[in-house]
Design a protein around this ligand. Sequence first.
Ligand code: 13P
Length: 249
Amino acid sequence: MLRKLIAGNWKMNGLKADGVALARDLGIRYAEQEDPAFDMLLCPPATLISTVGEAIAGSGLLLGGQDCHAAASGAHTGDTAAEMLADLGCTHVIVGHSERRTNHGEIDLAVAEKANAAHRAGLVSIICIGETESERDAGDALTVCSRQIAGSVPAGATSDNMVIAYEPVWAIGTGRTPTNADVAEVHAHIRAELSRKVSDPDNVRILYGGSVKGSNAGELMAVPNVDGALVGGASLKADEFWTIAQASV
Ligand code: 13P
């Protein structure tokens, strides 16, 4: 079994005061935990990375970005380089989230370039994949995941610098989740597909994301090949997010 990674994707939520309060609260809980059996990662919006980094200093919590540009620097107004995230103390960055794919037209190639940038900067990429509702209904969930892995995982990805997050688009923010059997099927498929990309696919952490909450985390995290969670809404509440983490081990 791989060590679980419980990651909070705050998305575009949080001003300084609530971000610091949430981060501090979780940092204290994590620091007080004797030998925690899971890693916990906070991915605040870009505006809060620095502040949250200070709030969790010394706690053992990890810090990550929600996106990065493919280039290390240059004329890219509004973008953030992976190197800049690393400079702020980030160890991880989410790339290819379905909200980026949908709202910003990011295709697999762009996601692969961003993941490559993350690796160049010494960050772990969390590469998001997952089918839409119509793709699932058409019986294409596995095919879509295969295609996204083939296109979004760059050469040079390893079990050390990459995490995969399976986030069925229709489960994000909807309160709906796939059955445990469906999660098991997709995660096993993802691991098999990863053998085309890395020499040790068994060591790649594969997170599940989409409506994870305290009440369903236990069963989802117990599904074979689920090595953690990428949590949106429920990561904005300290108690709820902590319950998810506790339920994962
Ligand atoms: P929710 O947990 O709010 O469904 O969001 C999941 C997600 O998109 C995490 O990246």
